[in-house]
Design a protein around this ligand. Structure first.
Ligand code: UDP
Ligand code: MG
Length: 339
């Protein structure tokens, strides 16, 4: 954290950073219970600021009335854009679809379930106006999470800090503001296995943090059960480091060394003491152990190979059934010219 703060304080405010359009990207999957409250919450915060904005809703293949509600909100306000994905692609890809569509000079990514308090957007905009390219929100408390989830989250961060190539800040989700520069960088990474925390950390740029209290979900259920969290952790590790492959090599090497020493031991023992009893238990233990190690190492290689397979197909990240733009002024082309 100390390192991050000192690099942040070295950033000088940019005189030309006259903020224009802000896009608020919100992926939503079966959020009919939250959407109206969410839109009202955003409206309440943004109406107190002199900041032009649009909301980019991404309907991630919801099976409830989420899309209808989005359309209704769009009819009421010219500030709303909708990206209706052709099916459920998962939060990571839904977020990317929203980023692709966002016209703003900066973009805030926020969840629809009101766990990310819209009031924080005010502090994020302030950070952006100071000249930071990324202002991310760090949770000070995880009210909605039980002790097991907290412990597993802590273990995951410890692991990724130990083996990962880039530092992923702890207790930071996708809730953040990114300047156009940062958004373009994130959008340029088109990998299918999108571990967003890793992608955000990888692109870099001067960052600042704001701290907030994470409330429990307003309504509905989290889509993250333990199985999905486990898969997300594997995604996080395999997408940001090759360490498991290296560990497999060392594990194989260590096992071979142990086998060699054991082999020498048994040969010497047989020569000097003879071998009156057939060593069936030793044999079965060693065979099973080696078989287990080999399968595990193959599994690790398979995880990476599967990812290579998925990426080589070169498919588009998503398809959209319909894209409805907001009626807010598009400030993007001249901003790009200036960059
Ligand atoms: N979400 C999505 N697609 C999915 C799962 C979730 O777009 O397949 C959205 C969801 O509607 C919400 C956000 O991603 O706006 C965060 O989801 P959730 O609250 O389930 O995650 P958590 O807050 O528990 O991390
Ligand atoms: Mg949530």
């Amino acid at each position: 954290m100390a390192k991050r703060k000192s690099s942040a304080s070295a950033v000088s405010p940019r005189a030309e950073a006259r903020p224009r359009l802000l896009s608020i990207v919100c992926p939503a999957f079966n959020e009919e219970e939250n959407l109206n409250a969410f839109a009202a919450g955003i409206d309440a915060v943004m109406s107190s600021l002199t900041q032009p904005y649009e909301i980019v809703f991404v309907n991630d293949g919801s099976q409830d009335r989420t899309l209808d509600l989005m359309r209704r909100l769009r009819d009421e306000s010219g500030r709303i854009a909708i990206v209706d994905l052709s099916r459920n692609f998962g939060k990571e890809i839904a977020t990317t679809a929203g980023l692709d569509q966002a016209k703003g000079d900066a973009v805030v990514v926020i969840d629809a379930d009101l766990q990310d308090p819209p009031e924080i957007i005010r502090d994020m905009i302030a950070g952006w106006r100071e000249g930071y390219d990324i202002v991310y929100a760090r949770r000070s408390a995880r009210h909605g999470d039980g002790p097991v989830k907290r412990l597993t989250a802590a273990l995951f961060y410890k692991l990724i800090h130990g083996v990962g190539d880039v530092d992923i800040p702890e207790n930071v989700g996708d809730f953040r503001l990114m300047s156009r520069k940062a958004v373009d960088a994130v959008c340029a990474l088109r990998e299918h296995h999108r571990f967003m925390k890793g992608i955000f950390a990888w692109v870099g740029f001067p960052s600042k943090e704001v701290v907030y209290d994470r409330a429990p979900r307003a309504a509905g259920e989290t889509k993250w059960n333990y199985w999905r969290l486990w898969n997300l952790s594997i995604e996080g590790i395999t997408s940001s480091t090759l360490a498991p492959l290296k560990m497999s090599t060392y594990l194989g090497f260590a096992t071979a060394c142990v086998a060699f020493i054991a082999g020498v031991f048994f040969i010497v023992k047989t020569i000097f003491l003879g071998d009156p009893v057939a060593g069936f238990p030793t044999l079965i233990v060693v065979t099973l152990f080696l078989g287990g190690v080999q399968l595990m190492v193959l599994g690790v290689m398979g995880e990476y190979l599967g990812r290579v397979f998925n990426e080589t197909k070169g498919r588009p990240l998503y398809f959209a059934t319909e894209i409805l733009e907001s009626k807010t002024e598009n400030a993007r082309p001249d901003q790009r010219g200036a960059a």
